[in-house]
Design a protein around this ligand. Structure first.
Ligand code: HDL
Ligand code: ZN
Length: 419
């Protein structure tokens, strides 16, 4: 078995690790992308890239026009404004700006020409289905996990009509309205034929919510059940969120052998005038997560938290509970400095037993930059960690590096999902 010697300055060692990390194909376990059958729900192309809500938030820092004036512009006009402000009048230094350029460069487009009309022309010549495969190849993504909501009025009809599976895409059941807005969601379930009552919550309602979850789990063949939740989420508690989790969602996930994907820390609509770009972050009390993992050892929890300040405690909880799988650098933590800090912390505290990243891509081509940027950082941290190992005289083989990277890039997650 070939052993890699990590003497100082032994270039192949670092090169070898980088090569494995940059080339290992992986499942992207949380995105907002859709199979082409969902038609306009799948966003792609330069104007979608430029009007990504991350860039909308950033452009308003340079604009003093009323929010409504911006929203009244066409998608192309919004993209032109963002290109002018964030790329031409100020260097595109932010991670979201840089990401657009990384993506264009990966397609072989010459960004130094700064020729937006020419870029638009190139995208206009692409065909969606071939473009999907090309983006996945450039990103090294072998499967795209979608975010699928029965509560989305555009998406639900596609499922009810019957969606012809696309092997490149995996459905994931997203249930935020059920858990964070029960009073408004209960009447919707009732309209759909589920005998639920908004209040008082009783066994009949819990059973009917489970029937709803079972119907959609089977219709979607979902990989997990996911919710994003506010920083003030407490468990256990008498409120609808906690009661529905305890008496409907967790029993459902046990029955179907599904992970419950919990994403705490989002403060929705802190600035509603920014629309999708208006959400913020708050420090979560992870005692709720500790109580869930301890109280329901038969349930599997896959968790990513939004506040940087919660990351260390999440790693410590993962050391205590093997039914907790840590994943990704979510949203506001998906920036180089924090990806490096979080990946290093996780490797040092929980070894190789986690999934370092997901893209959260909303626009198809984003998987290219989100994965290229993250792979480089993860490779850099792994080179350092394997070098630390080599200082002890331990010699890691290339097969072991490939095994470890495959585990980080999908292997751990896919084993965690197995019923
Ligand atoms: O709730 C979520 O899944 C978040 O990822 C939000 O969709 C957020 O708007 C986002 O796109 N973050 O990257
Ligand atoms: Zn997301």
């Amino acid at each position: 078995m070939k052993t890699i010697h990590a003497e100082a300055g032994h270039v192949p060692f670092a090169r070898q690790i980088e090569g494995v990390v940059m080339s290992t194909a992986l499942p992207d376990i949380h995105t907002h992308l859709y199979a082409p059958q969902f038609r306009e729900l799948l966003l792609w192309g330069i104007d979608e890239l430029l009007t990504y809500h991350y860039l909308v938030a950033e452009v308003f820092r340079h604009l003093d026009v009323p929010y409504e004036k911006f929203w009244a512009l066409s998608k192309t006009e919004q993209a032109d404004l963002i290109w002018k402000q964030l790329f031409l009048e100020h260097s595109p230094i932010s991670e979201a700006c840089r990401g657009v350029l990384t993506t264009l460069h990966a397609f072989g487009l010459d960004v130094k020409k700064r020729d937006l009309p020419a870029i638009r022309k190139w995208f206009a010549a692409q065909s969606a289905d071939k473009h999907i495969t090309r983006c996945m190849e450039l990103a090294g993504v072998r499967k795209i996990y979608m975010t699928n909501s029965p509560f989305d009025d555009l998406e639900r009809p596609v499922w009810e009509k019957g969606y012809r599976r696309d092997a490149r895409f995996q459905a994931c059941l997203r249930i935020d309205p059920l858990l964070v807005n029960w009073p408004e969601t209960a009447p919707r379930l009732a309209r759909w034929g589920y005998k639920v009552k908004a209040s008082p919550l009783n066994h009949k309602t819990f059973d009917e919510v489970r029937r709803f979850l079972a119907d959609w789990t089977k219709r979607m063949n979902t990989a997990y059940v996911m919710v994003s939740i506010a920083p003030d989420f407490v468990f256990p508690a008498k409120d609808a969120t906690s009661q529905l989790i305890e008496k409907a969602v967790l029993p459902h996930c046990r029955e179907f052998g599904l992970p419950f994907a919990l994403m705490p820390g989002v403060r929705r609509a802190v600035n509603p005038q920014l629309r999708l770009a208006g959400d913020g972050v708050g420090l979560s009390n992870l005692t709720a997560l500790q109580n869930l993992c301890a109280g329901f050892p038969e349930n599997k929890f896959m968790v990513t938290v939004l506040a940087r300040e919660n990351q260390h405690e999440l790693c410590v909880l993962a050391r205590k509970f093997r039914n907790l799988h840590v994943f990704g650098c979510w949203w506001f933590t998906n920036v180089p400095h924090l990806i490096e800090e979080m990946t290093r912390m996780r490797l040092e505290l929980i070894g190789l037993s986690f999934t370092p990243q997901h893209s959260d891509a909303r626009v198809l081509e984003q998987i290219i930059y989100k994965w290229q940027h993250s792979r480089r950082i993860i490779a850099r941290v792994l080179v350092e960690k394997y070098s630390d190992l080599a200082q002890t005289g331990w010699q890691v083989t290339s097969a072991e590096i490939e095994r470890d990277v495959k585990d980080l890039f999908g292997g751990n997650f896919e084993r965690f999902c197995q019923p």
